[in-house]
Design a protein around this ligand. Structure first.
Ligand code: MG
Length: 374
């Protein structure tokens, strides 16, 4: 379903104070609307503006279609809808310009709900008690059961919502009201506390705090491990059993590649190494399968809000040959960590017969891991 976004930004914003309408005021160094537009990056956008704001809108450098709004919100929404009439667009998200923090996840929830409903809109359950008040005194309470706080974007099929607007007498609080007046069914999807509408001056400080919290937090770690060869007929490398004329000596299964990767993740978290979490002095880890260590490290990362960006493991040995097993190793590491294989790299090198790896006394492994706060 081809979807477009109508951002309604033609209002003059009387509650905020100041000369400049709120959607044009600065938030974290950019106009509010620049943030709102960024939330819909890559989508087709109609930006409905006040005619006096055309210079400001052009200065945003946006490729959104600029449309002049009307005297009321209804009129502005209709101007946006008419601009899409006769195009390939089948569905539309109608959004308040003063809600700059809408997430991609929320936009996707709306798209999913619109598959089976005429409309879909985000809302939050009312959890506070509700009062009526008069003259500074509580004059009554309101039952909050079944009450929601409505947000935008509100999603509809284009033709029915345009028809609904044309037949509506005006004065609706939002587009859901217009849709329902025309008999359309509107699904409620989960809204977000962070999808706040900038209404009062204090809202800007809150929005800036939320934006700051979303700044990229990227962590890098490295790991290095060595295990010596011993008698045996196979080695475990990156979770794959590889036949070989020798084994690897170690307290656990001696999976040198997985150990290096596990240490890289612990390193990114500033959490020491495998030995801190699984002490070799503890007999319960004797002969342990190394996937326990790797799963623990990635689980610790997730518990702190990090996800694996990517990782890269290099095995250093003359033999066994790694190439025939590299894809299986990549798949196994990805499976253990619960990530796409495209985020996992396993490669190998020899050391040109130099040093302990060159003399085939053992295998060394290096790993790098990047964790990203989600
Ligand atoms: Mg080790």
């Amino acid at each position: 379903m081809q979807t477009a976004v109508i951002i309604v930004a033609a209002g003059r914003g009387s509650r905020m104070g100041g000369e400049v309408p709120k959607q044009w005021q600065m938030l974290a160094g950019k106009p509010v609307l620049a943030h709102t537009l960024a939330a819909f990056a890559g989508m087709r956008v109609v930006l409905v503006i006040h005619p006096d704001d055309r210079e400001r809108a052009l200065a945003l450098g946006t490729d959104a279609l600029l449309v002049d709004g009307g005297a009321t919100r209804d009129a502005s929404v209709q101007a946006g809808l008419r601009a899409l009439e006769g195009t390939q667009v089948e569905a539309v998200l109608i959004h308040d310009g003063a809600r700059p923090l809408v997430s991609r996840a929320l936009i996707e929830r709306l798209g999913a709900a619109l598959q089976s409903h005429d409309g879909a809109a985000p809302a939050l359950v009312v959890s506070d008690a509700l009062w009526r008040g008069a003259g500074g005194l509580v004059s009554g309470t309101v039952d909050r059961a079944g009450l929601f706080r409505a947000q935008t974007p509100q999603a509809f099929r284009l033709a029915p919502i345009l028809a609904a607007h044309r037949s509506h007498p005006g004065g609706a609080a939002d587009d859901v009201e217009v849709a329902r007046a025309a008999g359309l069914d509107v699904a409620i999807v989960d809204g977000e506390e962070t999808n706040l509408k900038l209404t009062y001056p204090g809202d800007f400080a809150r929005a800036e705090a939320i934006l700051k919290g979303r700044e990229m937090d990227v962590r890098l770690g490295n790991g290095y491990d060595v295990h010596a060869f011993c008698e045996g007929d196979h080695v475990w490398l990156c979770g794959v059993k590889v036949p070989h004329g020798k084994g690897l000596l170690g307290h656990s299964d001696a999976d040198v590649g997985m150990h290096a990767l596990t240490d890289a993740i612990y390193g990114a978290l500033a959490e020491g190494d495998i030995g801190r979490h699984f002490p070799p002095s503890d007999p319960q880890w004797k002969g342990a399968a190394s996937h326990i260590f790797l799963a623990h490290a990635i689980g610790l990362a997730r518990s702190r809000g990090y996800e694996l960006g990517n990782c890269d493991v290099t095995l250093v040995c003359e033999r066994p040959k790694i190439g025939p097993h590299a894809l299986a190793m990549q798949a196994e590491l990805a499976r253990i960590m619960g990530v796409d294989e495209g985020r996992v790299s396993v490669k190998a090198t020899t050391s040109e017969r130099l040093g302990f790896t060159g003399r085939e006394e053992g295998i060394a492994a290096l790993a790098t891991a990047v964790l990203v706060k989600t």
